[in-house]
Design a protein around this ligand. Structure first.
Ligand code: UDX
Length: 437
């Protein structure tokens, strides 16, 4: 099949590359000329393991094309996915202006039947609004359908998630649309759920809200653990072994970040307000998430006393491992709190340093972990990169001024850290005797 994907951000590019890999011919469109030129020469605008290889291989085979022209894409592709950004407005609502703009252009160039599919995460009822927008601009007599096919991929494992999804959600309003999408996804051989458009839209938002809820729940439990002497990693394991609960997304830490959860949870709350439901539970999810940052920062102050002039090593800047994405990164919030107290910050991230540098003008971005740790009064683990789990800890202890580690991701064993002479603070875990002294 020949399909178009408009928007070459995370979702659009991964979706386009994976569809091409399934054997379809894909035209990826973006209005950013430099980005399209770079993609044509095989350069990926962000870090995602495996994506460059996939894009290069499929471009070479002629199945993955890049264009700046929506008109060209609409002319040749029967199914067109919209994967442009829906960033949060200051009000917390999703900004749908990019989607609107794309819809107007698609409609203007449509001459025969097209299936327009929402891939971006959008509030429920956006499908109807998309159909109305298309209706206003389309030529008389041209047929079309609108569908919702939300994407559930995670940054860092996007290709694996897109090629081996737990399920594919198809929100449709006609058999023709359903048949086209089923055919498109057939080679994946994944479980399909066909629903109405509104339910599909709500499934995406609800899935993200529920995952955020799981994280905030375990983070609240982590606080209880700190007050009672229990270990949240064991509590999470114990409850997660119950298949009704499941182990995933029960890692306590400094709270969720990224470009999806914070925006989607607040957009969900806004949407509920609009339709007349006060979703207080989700407001509490957001509150717990913010409190987790403050609690972490309080630990830093407790461990170090005054922060003014102290040298702090920040390990990990990206919002999660295996990405260079700084959107919604907790590191930015923690560093801003540290800066207010006049700490001197030396940071290292295996891939996000370059993206982070312009956002953190007063932070020294170091080329490796040991350079950041040298002479530090404390080290903060912000992102759980594998590299940090495998650090040479005796060398770390040797280069630091004071062996204090405040770990926001629970990557080390508290007992072993104490044995090695570190003063180690995790999240929701008892501190060993030597660390308490
Ligand atoms: C998320 C959803 O998982 C994905 O399905 C959706 O399409 C987009 O949003 P992503 O934001 O890429 O994906 O990353 P994810 O792995 O879900 O992590 C989100 C945040 O939650 C990160 O800040 C991560 O550190 C945090 N997290 C995750 C926890 O704090 N604890 C956990 O147990 C899991």
């Amino acid at each position: 099949m020949k399909i178009g994907v408009i928007g070459t951000g995370y979702v659009g590019l991964v979706t386009g590359a994976c569809f091409a890999d399934l054997g379809h011919t894909v035209v990826c469109v973006d209005n950013n000329k430099e980005k399209i030129a770079a993609l044509r020469s095989g350069k990926i605008p962000f870090y995602e393991p495996g994506l460059e290889g996939l894009v290069t291989a499929n471009s070479r085979q002629g199945r993955l094309l890049f264009s700046t022209s929506i008109a060209e894409c609409v002319k040749t592709c029967e199914v067109i996915f919209i994967a442009v950004g829906t960033p949060p407005l200051p009000s917390g609502d999703a900004d749908l202006s990019a989607i609107e703009h794309v819809c107007v252009e698609i409609a203007t160039h449509m001459r025969s039947y097209r299936l327009i599919v929402e891939k971006s995460t959008v509030p429920v009822n956006t499908g109807e609004w998309v159909a109305r927008t298309l209706q206003k601009h389309v030529r008389k007599g041209v047929q079309y359908d609108v569908a919702s096919n939300p994407e559930f991929l995670r940054e860092g494992s996007a290709i694996q998630d897109a090629e081996h999804p737990d399920r594919i959600i198809l929100g449709v309003s006609s058999d023709r649309a359903a048949m086209l999408l089923v055919k498109l996804y057939e080679p994946l051989n994944a479980p399909l759920l066909i629903t109405d458009i509104r339910s599909a839209e709500l499934i995406k938002h609800t899935a993200n809200a529920f995952l955020a809820l799981k994280i905030s729940f375990i983070n609240a439990v982590a606080r209880v653990c700190e007050l009672t002497g229990a270990d949240v990693t064991k509590v999470a394991k114990g409850i997660g072994m119950d298949r009704r609960i499941g182990e995933a997304f029960l890692s306590a830490g400094i709270g969720y970040g990224g470009s999806c959860f914070p925006k989607d949870v607040s957009a969900y709350v806004k949407l509920c307000e609009k339709v007349g439901y006060d979703f207080n539970l989700l407001k509490e999810v957001m509150r717990i998430n913010t409190a987790q940052r403050t609690a972490f920062f309080d630990k830093v102050k407790k461990a170090l006393g005054t922060l003014s002039g102290k040298k702090i090593a920040v390990l990990g800047l990206a919002f999660k491992p295996d990405t260079d994405d700084m959107r919604g990164a907790v590191s930015l919030e923690i560093i801003s709190l540290l800066r207010k107290e006049r700490a001197r910050i030396f940071a290292y991230d295996p891939v996000a340093g370059e993206n982070a540098a312009p956002l953190l003008p007063h932070v020294t971005i170091c080329p490796d972990a040991l350079s950041a740790l040298r002479g530090a009064d404390a080290a903060l683990i912000i992102t759980e990169w594998k590299e940090f789990r495998n650090l040479d800890l005796p060398a770390v202890k040797q280069v630091m001024k004071r062996p204090i580690i405040i770990d926001g991701r629970n990557i080390y064993d508290p007992a072993k850290m104490a044995e090695m002479g570190f003063q180690y603070w995790g999240v929701g875990r008892p501190r060993s005797e030597s660390a308490r002294r």
